[in-house]
Design a protein around this ligand. Structure first.
Ligand SMILES: [Zn+2]
Length: 255
């Protein structure tokens, strides 16, 4: 039996998240989200905010979430774009500094402290070979929740690991492909998170379709799906499943 229930009788939960503070997110995406009255999570790189600072400030005022995505965006050395700051050459101490510096920069711009994190490239290790270490503990001690990238799995709200949340790559998908994810999610009363980059023409590289985004939000709302930020859903999940566990313990202790 499914013991978990979403607030207000919602059938499931859905988050839209976008990474790297690409300009199209506020130019194209924000008007769609605001028109539909739903909030999204933006995992920003502070340096990229400058070109659209006013629009980003408006996003925060409308209730959208700004999450931490580090300053230097360290990823595997396998990717040519960041070999000078690859995770293989990072240490746990360097990751702590990445997180804290991005938090500070976000706080100084918006006056808010990030509550959730997205692993750059979805990767959560530092070092190589026998010296590889997970930096999940660095993230877990600082944030309520953290998102991976393209695992293609629905999170089970009662059991999911809040600091390793699975996501669906939302880029380059048709409306019907996004609808399939929604169907899988409502079928189990789960929590799906889309992770994307640009917002515009879905046939372009790393781009969530503006039309597909709008259609999916409308469809989700018509199915009584709770569409909100990663931190709002994570907060509810964290509090609500503690209550469920407490109730289970109470029943067992009465036996
Ligand atoms: Zn990124």
């Amino acid at each position: 039996m499914n013991r978990f229930s979403w607030p207000g009788g919602a059938s499931a939960a859905l988050c839209f998240s976008f990474d790297d503070a690409r300009a199209s997110q506020v130019d194209t995406g924000l008007p769609i989200l605001d028109e539909l009255g739903v909030r999204a999570t933006f995992y920003v790189q502070p340096d990229a905010l400058q070109t659209r600072l006013t629009k980003w400030r408006n996003a925060v005022e409308s209730g959208h979430e700004i999450g931490n995505h580090t300053v230097g965006h360290p990823c595997s050395e396998n990717f040519p774009f960041g070999r000078d700051r690859s995770l293989e050459n990072y240490t746990i101490e360097m990751m702590k500094k990445e997180c804290d510096l991005a938090d500070e920069r976000i706080r100084s711009i918006f006056g808010v402290t990030p509550r959730t994190f997205a692993y750059p490239c979805g990767q959560s290790y530092v070092g190589r070979g026998v010296r590889t270490q997970s930096y999940v503990p660095v993230v877990a001690e600082r944030y309520l929740a953290a998102r991976c990238f393209a695992e293609g799995a629905v999170n089970d709200p009662e059991f999911c690991n809040l600091h390793q949340l699975a996501a669906f790559d939302g880029d380059c998908r048709s409306s019907s492909s996004l609808a399939e994810v929604l169907e899988r999610t409502t079928a189990v009363g789960g929590w799906a998170i889309f992770a994307g980059h640009e917002i515009g023409d879905a046939s372009a590289r790393q781009t969530t379709g503006a039309h597909a985004l709008e259609e999916t939000v409308r469809r989700a709302l018509s199915l009584s799906v709770w569409v909100d930020t990663v931190s709002a859903v994570a907060e509810y999940v964290s509090t609500h499943r503690k209550k469920i566990r407490q109730e289970v313990n109470n029943v067992q202790s009465r036996k």
